[in-house]
Design a protein around this ligand. Sequence first.
Ligand code: ATP
Length: 238
Amino acid sequence: MSEPLLTIAGLSAGYGAAPVLFDVTLTVNKGEIVALVGSNGAGKTTLLRSISHMITARGSINFAGRELIGLSPEDVFAAGLVQVPEGRQLFPAMSIEENLQMGAFLRRDTAAVARSFEQMYALFPILKDRRRQAAGSLSGGEQQMCAMARALMADPKMLMVDEMSLGLAPVIVDQLLVVLADIRKAGVTVLLVEQDVFAAFSVADRGYVMETGRIVREGPVAELAEDPELRKAYLGVA
Ligand code: ATP
């Protein structure tokens, strides 16, 4: 039986007077990887920002049985809903280790935090080798790994990853997709926003397609990938 972890209903949001999201409804079940895809400017990042409460939204965002609308971004983070932002947004002058430590800033159990460090270095061995290196001096792929590890250091129930593959070589994207599958195995639910639909669908269970601020399609990725319209629009194949 699938158990919803994140349930969004009738959500609208925008920037100032400009509306961007209209009546968005989306569910992520516990243990799932869900892909949210759509063209440039469709509103995917805006939806993640609404869920993280970086911007104000109207409607309902229920997470682990609790209504989040009205809470602060800090409360949402503390509830276990953590975003890996587009563009990584690391602290460039800080080392990898210090960036990871920042992710764990709310945790008081130092033994558990030490275990999380070991888990992150097992998941991303390159980060262990370079742990004293400034995050700003890492390659794009290493920065993405560091951003994902920093988010995981919060011990989240759910990770929201925005444009993980942006600007990265296919071989690095493949490595990160394997890591996402490992993260899910470790019990973390994932909402993945991607323009690389092939990559997203290769790892996700279900997908949602967003166009101009509205969800226009949803279903198991195997079904969506067979849909002739979507294949033409997003996969570039007939
Ligand atoms: P992309 O994949 O290109 O990032 P997206 O689907 O994530 O696209 P959003 O970044 O959510 O789309 O943008 C949706 C709309 O909101 C766009 O029209 C964009 O111009 C607008 N928008 C995004 N951020 C802001 C902002 N800070 N202020 C005003 N408008 C914004």
